[in-house]
Ligand binder design. Structure first.
Ligand SMILES: NC(=O)c1ccc[n+]([C@@H]2O[C@H](COP(=O)([O-])OP(=O)(O)OC[C@H]3O[C@@H](n4cnc5c(N)ncnc54)[C@H](OP(=O)(O)O)[C@@H]3O)[C@@H](O)[C@H]2O)c1
Length: 286
């Protein structure tokens, strides 16, 4: 199957598709013939993403939808709108995410890193579950930043002590645990769930912060980072490659299976996180 036609007729939903690796992944999948629904939160950036992809893939079938994914209500509203317009989703890519150097709390009372980086993945996937028809794929963008972190179930909202990079690492650990438990629950359904580390990428990541952190990340991005095109490789691979047909519950780096940390392989933590997330999202835990 050629790269240009391999995804023809498939519908892919990509969150965080207005920037960085999400934008490149959406563009690559559109070039393979997929129908793309980009999810953004800002109209100008959404229109710019559409225009960029249309410029490169003139025949692409594209749409953009908007939601602030740090809000449970907006994520649920987005899911309802997508479910109403899409009879089936072949690939759901949960990618929107950020790091915040200072603690913030959403309207739902959730710490914003946890809300955006984990709860949006959990809520959107669960609310779109019946649109994910076999052989559909869920692809969750996690990170090597999960290493060295553990979840504190007594303080999932990082209320007692907040350090931005630690909270970010815990949210990325949550992405891997969520993928693991989702894959377990989806076993035998023909729908798979995998997650990945994209590499350290020169995207807009970190630019939402001020001061030394932003300067440091900006410098590191200039010196060491991969391009967004390189960063998108593993997303596109998990979304489209026949090589991973039927593979589920994996953590990938550079298009290869990789063992995540011991904390990310803890099945009881994965189950507990699922139950707690369902309670917070107002979804059934079963
Ligand atoms: N860059 C890296 O080195 C790196 C490494 C490991 C993992 N990752 C992960 O890769 C993913 C993509 O990041 P990136 O590097 O491509 O960064 P990016 O260029 O900053 O893109 C982030 C995307 O998420 C969207 N987003 C942020 N907050 C949102 C919200 N509240 N509601 C809806 N959408 C929101 C952004 O929308 P706007 O355009 O409106 O801002 C943007 O489209 C993230 O999950 C990140 O944790 C990145």
């Amino acid at each position: 199957m050629s790269e240009e036609t391999g995804m023809r007729g498939k519908t892919c939903v990509v969150t965080g598709a207005t920037s960085g690796i999400g934008l490149v992944a959406a563009e690559r999948l559109a070039a393979m013939g997929a129908r793309l629904v980009l999810v953004g939160r800002d109209k100008a950036r959404g229109e710019a993403a559409l225009a960029r992809i249309r410029g490169r893939v003139p025949a692409g079938e594209l749409a953009v939808r908007y939601a602030d994914l740090s809000s449970l209500a907006e994520t649920s509203r987005l899911a309802a709108a997508l479910a109403a317009e899409l009879p089936r989703i072949d690939v759901l890519i949960n990618n929107a995410g950020a790091m915040f150097t200072t603690r913030g709390v959403t309207a739902d009372g959730l710490e914003r890193t946890f809300a955006l980086n984990h709860m949006a993945y959990f809520t959107l996937t669960n609310r779109l579950r019946d649109r994910l028809a076999a052989p559909a794929r869920v692809v969750n963008v996690a990170s090597e930043a999960h290493r060295g972190r553990t979840l504190d179930f007594a303080d999932l909202q990082s209320a007692s002590q907040y350090r931005g990079f630690a909270a970010y690492g815990r949210s990325k650990l949550a992405n891997i645990l969520f993928t693991r438990e989702l894959a377990r629950r989806l076993a035998g359904s023909g729908v798979t769930a995998n997650c990945l580390h994209p590499g350290f990428v020169a995207s807009r990541f970190g630019d939402n912060n001020a001061g030394l952190f932003r300067l440091g990340v900006g410098l590191a991005k200039r010196l060491f980072a991969l391009s967004p095109e390189q960063g998108a490789e593993t997303i596109v691979y998990l979304a489209s490659s026949p090589e991973v047909e039927g593979v589920s519950g994996g953590y990938f780096d550079k298009c290869r299976l990789r063992q995540p940390s011991a904390a990310a392989r803890d099945d009881s933590a994965a189950r507990r996180l699922w139950e707690e997330s369902a309670r917070l999202a107002g979804l059934p835990a079963a």
